[in-house]
Design a protein around this ligand. Structure first.
Ligand SMILES: *[C@@H]1O[C@H](CO)[C@@H](O)[C@H](O)[C@H]1NC(C)=O
Ligand SMILES: *[C@@H]1O[C@H](CO)[C@@H](O)[C@H](O)[C@H]1NC(C)=O
Ligand SMILES: *[C@@H]1O[C@H](CO)[C@@H](O)[C@H](O)[C@H]1NC(C)=O
Length: 375
């Protein structure tokens, strides 16, 4: 009897999606687990956003009720909602919300989930082929139909099978990139229960098919044609560089260097840490690139085939293997430190200090589980 009820509710749930005239994603839902926002935040939801300005009582447009959320996507700012009732993919099937692109549409917005207050999930995009927006059948171009639309509401649905197992204590709806984009409106953020008996959780995160530095996919794009100018008859261009972690382990140390990169001076690259020998690393505000996440920085160079190369990468698993295979003897006094002695630091302490040695000096001191790529 209970199972029948679940099936009926699930069926009604999928009908509801179909009633909006969009393709069902065929995610079975067993009713609402929690409402994160309808006209206000849910009782167990707190606003931890860093987007400014933002407005949780915007009254036009609304998808339902009296209010929606508005914010201006820019410089990676986000609406960040902390959840006292975390989202557990084993019992939650999907997270759904509605988004409106104001007069312009096509805003570049992503969604991430947090664990212990850190965004750890992959990025869910609101544009392009991988978009979580349910395709709008009234838009003829297939790619554009999955973007945020101008002047109307579209439904974005995150399939929780695309989350690693865990307890996610927050959701971030964030600007992708630095550009100031047109305001977006968000409404009816809902968390749906899973049909546990018919559609149990399966982790759809892609298996690893990369190794070492191959897991860092680098994409250099021209920031925009307006970001191009001549100085002393030399043409300069602003670039956006994306480094995506396609491994299923978090990147904890990343070092890279310019391939074809011709800046005027050191101010022509930002959101990077400056290491010795002209190498760059992850800045303090990034520290870790979780699986599926992108690390983005900007630069100015003489216009050309700008490229960057990863010179060194260290994954979380490397460290686990290292510490698991070498249990620490708690009573032994550390001998005089020499470069050949294994570090006696506990695994919970993350190295906050960047290694000062250049990548070229690493082969002699690095354990074999780490990946070194000669530049
Ligand atoms: C929120 O937006 C509404 C218009 O939709 C406006 O009247 C109100 O003053 C705004 N509130 C804040 C705090 O900006
Ligand atoms: C690189 O990024 C640009 C802009 O986001 C995108 O259009 C292009 O498809 C990306 N290329 C690859 C190989 O991912
Ligand atoms: C770098 O070059 C730009 C453009 O020539 C200049 O405005 C800036 O002051 C320079 N910065 C440094 C640190 O030299």
């Amino acid at each position: 009897m209970k199972l029948l009820l679940i099936l009926i509710i699930g069926f009604l749930g999928s009908l509801l999606i179909n009633n909006y005239g969009v393709l069902s994603t065929e995610i079975c839902t067993n009713g609402i687990d929690q409402v994160i926002y309808d006209d206000q935040l849910g009782y167990t939801v707190s606003d931890w956003s860093w987007a400014k300005p933002r407005n949780f009582t915007n009254f036009k447009p609304v998808h339902s009720g009296s209010y929606s959320i508005s914010f201006v996507p820019k410089t990676y700012e986000a609406i960040y909602l902390n959840l006292q009732n975390p989202i557990d993919p084993s019992i939650i099937s999907s997270v759904s919300f509605w988004v409106h692109g104001n007069k312009v549409g096509n805003q570049k917005v992503i969604v991430r989930f947090t664990s212990n207050k850190v965004a750890v999930s992959r990025d869910f995009f609101l544009w392009g082929d991988e978009s979580i927006i349910l395709s709008d059948p009234s838009v003829s171009s297939k790619a554009l139909s999955k973007n945020i639309q101008a002047g109307k509401w579209v439904n974005a649905v995150i399939n929780c099978d695309k989350l690693e197992p865990g307890q996610y204590d927050g959701i971030q709806i964030a600007a992708s990139g630095e550009d100031v984009q047109e305001m977006v409106f968000i409404d009816d953020i809902e968390v749906n229960k899973r049909c546990i008996s018919t559609n149990p959780y399966r982790n759809l995160m892609k298996p690893v098919s990369c190794d070492g530095h191959d897991c860092i996919v680098i994409n250099v794009t021209e920031t925009s044609s307006q970001m191009r100018w001549f100085a002393n008859e030399i043409e300069y261009q602003k670039y956006t560089v994306t480094m995506k972690n396609t491994n299923n382990a978090a990147v904890e140390v990343l070092e890279f260097t310019g391939g074809w990169f011709k800046p005027r001076n050191s101010s022509d690259i930002w959101n990077v840490a400056f290491l010795e020998g002209g190498y760059y690393g992850l800045p303090d505000n990034v520290k870790v690139i979780y699986p599926g996440q992108e690390y983005i920085f900007g630069c100015v160079s003489i216009k050309g085939p700008v490229s960057f190369k990863v010179s060194y990468v260290e994954y979380e698993n490397d460290k686990d293997r290292l510490t698991n295979s070498k249990p620490i003897e708690s009573n032994s006094k550390p001998p005089v430190k020499t470069p050949t002695v294994k570090p006696t630091v506990k695994p919970t302490i993350k190295p906050t200090i960047k290694p000062t040695s250049k990548p070229t000096t690493k082969p002699t001191t690095k354990p074999t589980t780490k990946t070194l790529v000669s530049a």
